[in-house]
Write a protein that binds this ligand. Structure first.
Ligand code: NDP
Length: 325
């Protein structure tokens, strides 16, 4: 039988390129889990993905009701789940004020982390039941979570600090702080209780993604045989992810990545990488990246993104926030 892969945010950029790469092999049926049905349909058509190789299912990660609804629709479809790719993300680096999800989480953390956390928890059993030889849960990572040059340039020192040990009030509230109104004394939308900073909120969400992947691995890999991993396929400097950046940044960022950092990768190549054509399947519980010669290697996660205690705490808080505990 064909494998069945669910890809979130498959309506553009990396998600679409991955859907295309997998569909083209003829070995996969792709569930495009997208918030905008028509956009996804148009995208699939323009990428040349043939009808029999994909299904679009509605998923808005910024609403936990929508996540539950998606899981229900997927389960009712009767398809097996062999691979889940948590790819969708929002990045709001120029926002002056926070925006919020349906349940009141700051939008970047709420979409990129909280929505995916619930989704992957609710689909774990389906993955576990798959008889596919290399069933996988992949969470797309970011250079901002690594000790690489890119990581250290991208992250301002305090951006490394999620801040659940010590806030300005000296209390430990952590991720709960991203939920507006949870603590009436705290009006901050940021995980560390600080002033709103859209770029940091994205980086925080990606750190949460990395901690989630590792905690999944620790809890479930041995018992289920599922591979839990993260991939950073390179900088695809031209995707919609940077749509909120100022025009000058959008103009200069692609050549900067191509010629200075040499971290640039085309959407098609990144799609093939994430589509696992060149993934070393034995690398589990880690962040897989690619070097300039397209060879994959295990990237070293930053201290923050690999802190086991923090991962445990983040997991427990996230479970409570999505209503699983
Ligand atoms: P895009 O903006 O092109 O794609 C993001 C996708 O996420 C879109 O399909 C978007 O949907 C979807 N999305 C956003 N919000 C929601 C939501 N609430 N519910 C469901 N889907 C949603 O960016 P990229 O392709 O570049 O990003 C994909 C992944 O790659 C992200 O995880 C990002 O962090 C990661 N990444 C990208 C890098 C790059 O260089 N581009 C570098 C490092 C990591 P819609 O089409 O409707 O807007």
């Amino acid at each position: 039988r064909k494998g069945c892969v669910v890809i979130t945010g498959a309506s553009s950029g990396l998600g679409l390129a991955t859907a295309k790469a997998l569909a083209e092999t003829g070995k996969w049926h792709v569930i495009m889990a997208c918030r905008d049905f028509l956009k996804a349909k148009r995208a699939a058509k323009s990428a040349g993905i043939t009808k029999e190789n994909y299904t679009i299912m509605h998923l808005d990660l910024s609403s936990l009701d929508s996540v539950r609804q998606f899981v229900d629709t997927f389960k009712r479809s009767g398809r097996p789940l062999d691979v889940l790719v948590c790819n969708a993300a929002v990045y709001l680096p120029t926002a002056k004020e926070p925006s919020y999800t349906a349940e009141g989480f700051e939008l970047s953390v709420g979409t990129n982390h909280v929505g995916h956390f619930l989704l992957s928890r609710l689909l774990l059993d389906d993955l576990n039941q798959s008889d596919y030889p290399s069933k996988r849960l992949i969470i797309v990572g970011s250079v901002t979570c690594t000790n690489s040059y890119g990581g250290s340039v991208c992250i301002h020192r305090e951006h490394r600090y999620l801040g659940w040990e010590c806030t300005s009030q000296g209390q430990s509230r952590g991720l709960e702080r991203s939920r507006r109104g949870l603590n009436r004394l705290n009006t901050s939308s940021m995980i560390n209780g600080g002033d709103f900073d859209g770029a940091k909120a994205y980086k925080d969400s990606k750190v949460c993604n990395m901690l989630t992947m590792q905690e999944f691995h620790r809890r479930y890999h041995e018992e289920t045989g599922i591979t839990f991993a993260s991939l950073y396929p390179g900088c695809i400097a031209t995707t919609g992810l940077f749509r909120e950046q100022i025009p000058l940044f959008r103009l200069l960022f692609p050549p900067f990545q191509k010629y200075i950092t040499k971290g640039y990768v085309s959407g098609d190549e990144a799609g093939k990488r994430l589509g696992c054509g060149r993934t070393k399947l034995d690398q589990i519980g880690c962040l897989l990246s690619w070097n300039k010669d397209s060879a994959s290697f295990e990237n070293q996660l930053s201290e923050e993104a690999s802190d086991e205690k923090k991962a445990l705490k983040m997991w427990e808080i996230s479970e409570k926030l999505v209503g699983l505990a």
